[in-house]
Design a protein around this ligand. Structure first.
Ligand SMILES: NC(=O)c1ccc[n+]([C@@H]2O[C@H](COP(=O)([O-])OP(=O)(O)OC[C@H]3O[C@@H](n4cnc5c(N)ncnc54)[C@H](OP(=O)(O)O)[C@@H]3O)[C@@H](O)[C@H]2O)c1
Length: 323
């Protein structure tokens, strides 16, 4: 497994990260463990989770949020130091007015809750999960910096931020003389390419790590979907994942997937492998976070790092997916 430096830090992470949004939500503890073990056996050291991942994301029950962190905490007992754990804060975790957001109070409570669920005393990378328009950036950055001083967090990062928001936060960090966001976590795949305009050039210029999520467009780039209304029974679309349904309903996406499948056939690889190798071939990308609900999916996708894409193929992929 190729290891890369995370942005301007000295931390080395695997170019494929394991996402755990499925843990406890669509798959049980045993299947989650199997997937985690395959990741670790294949040299993946970066494990991505979030405070909220769990069944509560779908049924609205707050006591069923955080199940992925609980599973990870149990599974990583005795091997905590072998992995880099990234988790996130911002989403609503309770019914109280301050049980959400990037305010100092919620951050300080959430970090303790995540540490407890993960059964660890430090988080390697702590993300602001998304911007919080109700909290000044200064307040969030100061709270995050305090967590580093307290030894609870090693590096801070942000997810789903626009380039201007990361740039503004970096300016604030420099002005205050405190830690800055060392990585971003946006969505990126052959079907979702908008970060190429602003965020990727910014990260390249400022040496910010780029850890992208949903490189298979939440499974749409598996090729398993032939229709925007009828889905395979064991798929996330059938389970009702809203953001996947949005992608499925976007005009032209199914046609693009069909054309991409033909290129994968030409290359003698399958579509998930082509989709992931395309993300990894971009040198600005530090790591791609893949998800799985079956261990065979992860075994299959790990082979993508071997595929070499030449200019002719890259041009063909651009013609299908750009614009
Ligand atoms: N920061 C954020 O806001 C944010 C948002 C979303 C995700 N994330 C992170 O990114 C991680 C990955 O996201 P994602 O799960 O959407 O990523 P993804 O890799 O785009 O999609 C994974 C899905 O693709 C399908 N799949 C994977 N490998 C396959 C294979 N070899 N053959 C056929 N189908 C395959 C499976 O769908 P089925 O299960 O339907 O079979 C699997 O659940 C999450 O776990 C989470 O850690 C972060």
């Amino acid at each position: 497994m190729k290891m890369k430096r995370l942005g301007n830090t000295g931390l080395k992470i695997s170019e494929i990260s394991l996402g755990t949004m499925s843990f406890g939500r669509w798959i049980d503890e045993q299947s989650s463990l199997e997937i985690l073990n395959i990741a670790l056996e294949n040299g993946i050291n970066m494990i991505d989770t979030a405070d909220l991942y769990g069944r509560g994301q779908d049924n609205g029950k707050f006591d069923q949020l955080g199940e992925a962190e609980v599973i990870l905490g149990k599974a990583l007992k005795g091997r905590r130091d072998d992995v880099i754990i990234a988790t996130k804060v911002c989403n609503r975790m309770g019914s109280g007015i301050n049980d959400a957001g990037l305010n100092r109070r919620h951050i300080m409570k959430s970090v303790e809750d995540s540490l407890q669920r993960l059964q660890t005393d430090y988080i390697d990378v702590y993300y602001a999960h998304r911007p919080d328009p109700d909290t000044p950036f200064e307040e969030t950055i100061r709270a995050f910096d305090d967590l580093i001083r307290q030894g609870k967090v090693r590096y801070i990062a942000c997810s789903n931020f626009q380039a201007w928001q990361v740039a503004k936060c970096h300016g604030i960090s420099a002005q205050m003389g405190v830690e800055r966001f060392e990585a971003v976590q946006p969505q990126y795949s052959l079907l979702v390419r908008d970060i190429e305009k602003e965020l990727l050039p910014f990260c390249q210029s400022e040496q910010v790590g780029v850890i992208v999520y949903s490189p298979l467009a939440r499974g749409l780039l598996s090729g398993k979907y032939k229709s925007a209304t009828e889905f395979p029974s064991d798929s996330r679309a059938e389970a009702g994942e809203e953001r996947l349904l949005d992608l499925l309903h976007q005009e032209k996406n199914l046609e693009k997937v069909h054309q991409l499948g033909r290129i994968a056939d030409q290359l003698n690889v399958n579509l998930p492998q082509l989709a992931l190798s395309w993300v990894l071939h971009n040198p600005i990308i530090t790591s791609a976070i893949v998800g799985a609900t079956k261990k065979e999916q992860l075994e299959d996708i790990i082979q993508s790092k071997e595929i070499i894409l030449d200019k002719e193929i890259l041009d063909q992929l651009d013609r299908i997916t750009k614009g």
